[in-house]
Design a protein around this ligand. Structure first.
Ligand code: NAX
Length: 328
């Protein structure tokens, strides 16, 4: 059979990892014939918990499981990695200063970026999920010092993309597969812009099928604030839907999208849609043979431009703050 690939999760004892791990081993992401060896990184207080998670991985008795290493050492976790998913981060909690949270993340992602550059395969694909995901991805890429190509570092906006697609399908009363062309621009934050101006419902422009006032108002805020609504109700952040979105992102990136466009936060160097190359911004992309390509040439009207600029501005500010904290 095939040689195992190594897939690394940071924050491997956490709640997203718990929902994600079975999906990484059931053949739906990497293929039913692809064995997966797991590098599971977490911090010391979570090691007992991680031991329990590894027992459950064994108990799945999945054919694709080729073993795992649970560790607090990034050098061990990232050694020869093919795919890395960064779940472990310091999200902002109530009453915390943005700067303090960013300081914690600069430390984590600087260390992990250096470890990936030193120990992972040069072809490694990275997906940052831990918040602030886009800016953590920027810190990670900087810390890699050019050893890993920028195109291999992405952040997750697929959950937002799936939320937006689902909301539109429900409103139009159609199946999920009848909706296409919904995209997320910018930051995985409340400034993200879920864009339906290129979307279709059963091939007809969404704006002519669904109430435009709803699409330009409630729809946008609902998608932007969905994460907060789930925390409010569950007292925990999204995990099941986040895990599925991560699996969707990885599968599409690796296996391709057959021309279908999805949302991924990426670094591009072409000035696409006026976005700076050193920030991780969500774009509509298609994927083929392990590479993403931005969907270019979409007409952007004034309504979209204002919102795309606002989320761009927020990302530039986050990036500037991170840079300030990186300086010794
Ligand atoms: P949990 O708190 O359940 O798990 C986080 C895990 O990370 C813990 O086991 C913790 O010990 C570990 N950890 C902390 N610092 C670490 C370090 N330096 N190295 C390795 N591991 C470390 O969080 P969970 O619910 O799994 O969420 C993980 C992250 O995803 C959070 O930052 C969360 O904000 C973010 N999210 C991002 C989403 C996105 O769409 N981009 C959506 C879901 C989620 O909110």
């Amino acid at each position: 059979g095939k040689a195992p690939i190594k897939v690394v999760l940071t924050g491997a004892a956490g709640q997203i990892a718990y929902s994600l791990l079975p999906k990484l081993l059931d053949g739906s992401v990497f293929g039913a014939d692809q064995p997966v060896f797991l590098g599971l990184l977490d911090i010391q207080p979570s090691m007992t918990m991680l031991g329990g998670v590894i027992m459950e991985l064994e108990d799945l008795a999945y054919p694709c499981y080729a073993g795992s290493v649970g560790t607090t050492d990034p050098a061990v976790a990232f050694k020869d990695a093919d795919v890395c998913v960064f779940l472990g981060a310091f999200p902002r909690k109530e009453g915390m200063e943005r700067k303090d949270v960013m300081g914690m993340n600069v430390k984590i992602f600087n260390e992990q970026g250096a470890a990936v550059a030193a120990h992972a395969k040069p072809t490694v694909k990275c997906l940052v999920v831990g918040n602030p995901a886009n800016t953590n991805a920027a810190i990670l890429l900087s810390a890699m010092g050019g050893k890993i190509p920028a195109k291999n570092v992405t952040a997750l906006t697929r959950l937002d993309h799936n939320r937006a697609t689902s909301q539109l399908a429900m409103k139009a009363g159609v199946a999920m597969t009848d909706v296409a062309g919904v995209f997320i621009w910018g930051n995985h934050s409340s400034t993200q812009y879920p864009d339906v101006r290129h979307a279709t419902v059963k091939g007809t422009p969404a704006l002519s099928v669904v109430d435009a006032a709803w699409l330009e108002g409630e729809f946008i805020t609902k998608v932007q604030k969905r994460g907060a609504a789930i925390i409010e109700a569950r007292k925990l952040s999204s995990a099941m839907s986040a895990a599925v979105a991560i699996a969707d992102h990885l599968r599409d990136w690796i296996k391709g999208t057959n021309g279908r466009a999805v949302s991924m936060a990426i670094f591009q160097s072409e000035g696409a849609y006026g976005v700076d190359s050193d920030i991780c911004y969500s774009f509509p992309v298609t994927c083929d043979q392990g590479e993403w390509t931005i969907v270019m040439g979409l007409p952007i009207d004034a309504f979209s431009k204002t919102r795309m600029d606002a989320t761009h501005k927020e990302l530039k500010e986050e990036r500037a703050l991170a840079e300030e904290l990186i300086k010794p």
